[in-house]
Design a protein around this ligand. Structure first.
Ligand code: T4K
Length: 370
């Protein structure tokens, strides 16, 4: 029996990649904003429907550099229902995460709870379009405007998505994308910040290259967060196939919904008509009282059958071991409950629909009572 993993990277035909990187042997220009880097940056700006992006080495550095470029200091209101990167980026930037609970419907930051968490130290809100589910962007912006706060979206899961036809990277002050191998779109490792102000762009360009502003000038303490030419070449090739890949993902999403939607004890995030989705993940929430089996039992049963689903995102980041005694006492009942009940099922463009049928059959056989 072949193993089915939670995801599998999309890759272009190998000949196409080889032809894309061939000129690197001639130019001997391998990194530091070469021609592939510049070409991909332009292509992505147009695909994402945003004014500007700055290409970076990964999504995590997009978060760190984005916050540095915005000169943040103090407290950042954020979600605990995310990958460790989001919270780590805040802490590593010398900022204090203030955790806000999430909505039950789509698992994003609950915008109605933000105001109660604002203090004189609050400088920003950092929500996550988790699983590609779009945050309540209008409400969040309203609160941010009222209190003069910056908004940084972690859009690691939201590549190419649109909300009311607007590219998702246009919301907030900046959005941070990930092009990691496991994402809907990859450049092996990679990421980007989308932004509107040209001053912010100039700052990001310096920060990703050690703060260098001229051959003999280093004007601030930056880092090395440049995307190299081989990664950019992969990004250029993968971008040619992105719409077809998302189309295949949509079929898989539909097949999962065909089997699992409406089953007593199973909750699926509803489709949002205002969103053009990228079908990044397929999270399922299991309620033991109604389904008869809990998330961990289903996870183990799938594993016995060669299916390696993942508990994205468990534990909630405020309870990660590195934050014990610091943030784990905050009361976040919805995030805690969802993180204990959610399982992310395999979803990638080349996943055969017959495998989806098999996965759903294992899950449905776990059902007890009713
Ligand atoms: N913000 C959010 C909300 C994020 O989810 C992430 C990353 C970030 C920020 C930071 O972006 P980056 O700095 O990573 O660009 C994976 C990814 O490594 C990570 O990028 C992603 N989120 C997270 C949700 O998933 P792990 O620890 O689960 O990875 P791993 O190695 O267990 O791989 C997952 C599955 O993919 C496995 O079944 C194996 C398969 N796989 C993996 C790789 C690397 C492959 O088939 N091929 C591969 O090359 O974190």
């Amino acid at each position: 029996m072949d193993k089915i993993l939670v995801t599998r990277p999309s890759m272009p035909p190998i000949d196409e990649y080889i032809s894309e990187i061939q000129e690197l042997w001639e130019s001997r220009w391998l990194t530091n904003m070469g021609s592939k880097h510049r070409k991909l940056q332009g292509k992505l700006e147009s695909y994402l429907g945003v004014d500007h992006i700055e290409l970076l080495v990964n999504g995590h550095m997009a978060l760190e550099l984005g916050m540095q470029a915005l000169n943040l200091q103090g407290e950042v209101i954020t979600t605990p229902f995310t990958f460790a990167s989001t919270t780590h980026a805040i802490v590593r930037s010398g900022l204090e995460p203030v955790f806000c609970d999430i909505c039950r419907d789509n698992f994003t930051l609950d915008a109605d709870l933000i105001e109660d968490l604002i203090t004189e130290k609050t400088c920003a809100i950092l929500p996550v379009h988790v699983y590609g589910n779009i945050c309540k962007v209008d409400k969040i912006q309203k609160v941010a405007d009222k209190y003069g706060l910056k908004v940084i979206y972690d859009a690691a899961h939201a590549f190419g998505e649109r909300y009311d036809e607007i590219g998702i990277g246009n919301f907030g002050d900046i959005s941070c994308f990930s092009f990691h191998a496991t994402k809907v779109y990859n450049s092996i490792e990679g990421g980007a910040v989308s932004y509107k102000s040209s001053a912010l762009g100039a700052r990001l360009r310096k920060l990703k290259d050690f703060g260098i502003s001229g051959p003999e000038e280093v004007c601030e303490v930056g880092t090395n967060a440049k995307m190299n030419e081989f990664a950019a070449a992969m990004g250029i090739c993968n971008l040619r196939y992105i719409d077809a890949e998302v189309g295949k993902r949509r079929e898989i999403d539909e097949r999962y919904r065909y089997w699992l939607d409406g089953i007593h004890g199973i909750y699926l995030s509803p489709k949002n008509e205002r969103v053009k989705s990228n079908y990044a993940y397929f999270p399922v929430v299991f309620d033991k009282e109604k389904f008869g089996c809990n998330r961990d039992e289903i996870y183990n049963e799938l594993k016995k059958n060669g299916v390696f689903a993942r508990k994205y995102f468990y534990p909630a980041t405020n309870t990660l071991e590195c934050f014990h005694g610091k943030y784990d006492k905050v009361k976040l009942p919805v995030a805690l409950e969802i993180s204990q009940k959610v399982l992310t099922l395999p979803l990638y463009a080349d996943l055969p629909l017959t495998d989806v049928d098999r996965i759903c059959s294992v899950i449905l056989q776990c059902r007890k009572g009713e």
